[in-house]
Design a protein around this ligand. Structure first.
Ligand SMILES: [Zn+2]
Length: 473
C-alpha cells in the first residue's frame, strides 16, 4: 500500500493552487452568484449557472482517473455540481461544498469590493472565495495529490450545491434523487466551516442551529402626529422592546427560557477549554469592536461555549422605521424586527420556533396587534464520537501540513446540511473544517480566503482520505 509522501504532495498541491486554482477562483469571486434568498430571479440572471459552469469546466480538465463531472438540475431547483471518483468496494466518502454566495454587505474597505477579486499577500479578497468557492477546488486538489502518487482512496462523491446560503432548501431533493449514486458514506468531508486560527487543522465538533422570523407590532392603521398622539397611543417600539425582554435579559444578553438551552456535554466543555487555551484572547479580539466595547461573558472556556453551545439573539433588520433623514415627529403605526436566534446544538429548531412564537404572541401589551412570522428553522448539529482512526489521522494531518497539533471546537454558525446528513448517515464519521478564521469575515465586508490555509487544508484532506482507505475495519 502506497502512503502519501508529504514533500511530493506539498509540491503538487502548491503548484496546482498557484498555477491553476488561483486564476479560476479569482474569476469565481467576480461572479455575483447570490443565493436564491438574495436573488429570487436567479434563474433569469444566470449567475449561479455561470459559477457552476466555471467550476465544472475546471473540474473536467483535472487529470484524475475515472473522474465523472455532471451538473444535475432538478426542475425548478438550483443546480448542483456532482463529482464522482471511483474506488474499490462499496465504501464511500461524501465531500461537500457550495457555490452560491451571501449578498454584498457594502461598504467594503478602500480598494476592495464584493465582486472585485483582489490579491493582497497571502489573501484573496472578494465575496465567496472562502465561503465556500474554494471547497470544490480543494477537494479535487486533495484527490489529485493522491492520484499523482498512486495512493489509494475510497470511492468519492462530491456534492457542490448552490442553495446553502438560503438554508439548503433544495438539498434534500438532491440527496433523495442521488441516493443510489451516493451510497452509504463512512466519512463525510465538509469544507464549509471555520477555524480558530490559521496555524493548525481545526475540526468542527458542533454547529448551532437558528430560528429566525419577523416580529411585527402594530398599534395604528396609519401614522399620526406624535405631539398629538404620544401619551395616548402606545409606542410600537416600546412594545416590541418589552416583548424582546421575554426572550433575553437586556443587560447580559442571556436567553431566558430554559427550554431554549441544552445541557452542555462534558467532552465539549473540555474541548472548549483546550481551544480557549490555544486561542487566548484572540478568540474575541478578532472582532472589530468599536471604541471601548468589550466582549460578553468570562474569559476562556465560557466565552467559547457562549459562541458554540448557548443561544443568543440579534435583531438583524427592522421595518416600519424610516431612514434617519426622513424621520419626522410621527407616532409610527408599526415596528417590525427581524429576529435571528442562534440555537444550541441538539435543540429541536422547529420546537424553538414554536416556543418563540408562543412567547412573543401571548398576552400582547396594550392589546396591540403582535405577530411573529417565522421564516427559518435550522437544526444545529453535534458530531458523533470521533473514531480512533480519524482522531489519529486528523492529528497526523495537522502535524504534517501545519506542523502543529489539531484542535477541536464547535462553531457558532449553522450549516443546515450537516444536520440533514447526520440524520441520513448516522454511522458516518465527519471531518468538518474550513478556512473561515480570524478576519475572514464571510457574510460581512472584506471577506478573504487565506491561501496558505486553503493549500494546507487540501493536503490534510488528501492525508485523511488515504488513512480512511486503509483504516482497520
Ligand atoms: Zn458557506
Amino acid at each position: 500500500m502506497t502512503a502519501l509522501a508529504l514533500d511530493g504532495a506539498r509540491r503538487f498541491v502548491d503548484a496546482l493552487w498557484n498555477d491553476s486554482i488561483l486564476p479560476v477562483l479569482t474569476e469565481y469571486v467576480a461572479i455575483p452568484a447570490k443565493s436564491p434568498h438574495f436573488d429570487p430571479d436567479w434563474q433569469a440572471h444566470g449567475q449561479l449557472d455561470r459559477a457552476v459552469a466555471l467550476a465544472e469546466a475546471w473540474c473536467r480538465a483535472q487529470p484524475i482517473r475515472g473522474l465523472a463531472v455532471e451538473v444535475v438540475r432538478l426542475p425548478g431547483r438550483t443546480p448542483l455540481l456532482l463529482l464522482e471518483v471511483p474506488g474499490p468496494g462499496d465504501d464511500a466518502v461524501l465531500l461537500y461544498g457550495h457555490l452560491d454566495k451571501q449578498p454584498e454587505m457594502e461598504p467594503w474597505a478602500d480598494g476592495l469590493a464584493p465582486w472585485r477579486p483582489v490579491r493582497r499577500g497571502d489573501r484573496l479578497y472578494g465575496r465567496g472565495g472562502a465561503d465556500d468557492g474554494y471547497a470544490v477546488f480543494a477537494s479535487l486538489a486533495a484527490l489529485g495529490a493522491l492520484h499523482a502518487q498512486g495512493v489509494q482512496h475510497a470511492r468519492c462523491v462530491a456534492l457542490i450545491e448552490t442553495c446553502e446560503e438560503s438554508g439548503s432548501f433544495d438539498l434534500p431533493a438532491y440527496l433523495a434523487h442521488l441516493k443510489p449514486r451516493i451510497g452509504t458514506p463512512s466519512l463525510v468531508v465538509c469544507l464549509d466551516s471555520g477555524c480558530g486560527d490559521y496555524q493548525r487543522l481545526w475540526c468542527t465538533t458542533s454547529l448551532r442551529g437558528i430560528a429566525a422570523g419577523v416580529l411585527r407590532v402594530r398599534v395604528l392603521e396609519e401614522g399620526v402626529h406624535s405631539g398629538d398622539a404620544s401619551g395616548v397611543v402606545p409606542s410600537s417600539f416600546r412594545i416590541a422592546r418589552s416583548l424582546l425582554s421575554r426572550i433575553e435579559d437586556e443587560r447580559s444578553g442571556r436567553i431566558l427560557p430554559p427550554e431554549l438551552h441544552v445541557a452542555i456535554p462534558a467532552e465539549r466543555a473540555t474541548q472548549a477549554a483546550a481551544a480557549a487555551r490555544v486561542l487566548g484572547p484572540e478568540h474575541w479580539r478578532r472582532f472589530p469592536f468599536a471604541g471601548a466595547t468589550g466582549p460578553l461573558g468570562e474569559e476562556g472556556a465560557e466565552r467559547v461555549l457562549n459562541r458554540t453551545w448557548r443561544p443568543f439573539l440579534e435583531v438583524t433588520g427592522a421595518g416600519g422605521l424610516p431612514d434617519l433623514e426622513s424621520a419626522g415627529n410621527v407616532l409610527r403605526p408599526e415596528t417590525a424586527l427581524k429576529l435571528s436566534l442562534r440555537l444550541p446544538p441538539r435543540l429541536d429548531a422547529e420546537l424553538a420556533v414554536a416556543r418563540l412564537r408562543a412567547l412573543l404572541e401571548a398576552d400582547p401589551p396594550a392589546g396591540a396587534q403582535v405577530r411573529f412570522e417565522p421564516d427559518q428553522a435550522a437544526q444545529g448539529w453535534d458530531a458523533p464520537p470521533l473514531a480512533p482512526w480519524l482522531a489519529g489521522a486528523v492529528e497526523r494531518a495537522s502535524r504534517g501540513w501545519f506542523g502543529t497539533d489539531a484542535a477541536f471546537m464547535g462553531e457558532g454558525g449553522t450549516i443546515p446540511f450537516m444536520a440533514m446528513l447526520g440524520e441520513a448517515f448516522p454511522s458516518a464519521q465527519f471531518l468538518i473544517t474550513g478556512v473561515l478564521g480570524p478576519g475572514a469575515n464571510a457574510h460581512g465586508p472584506n471577506e478573504f480566503l487565506d491561501l496558505p490555509t486553503a493549500r494546507r487544508l487540501s493536503g490534510c484532506v488528501a492525508w485523511i482520505l488515504s488513512e480512511h482507505a486503509t483504516r482497520p475495519r
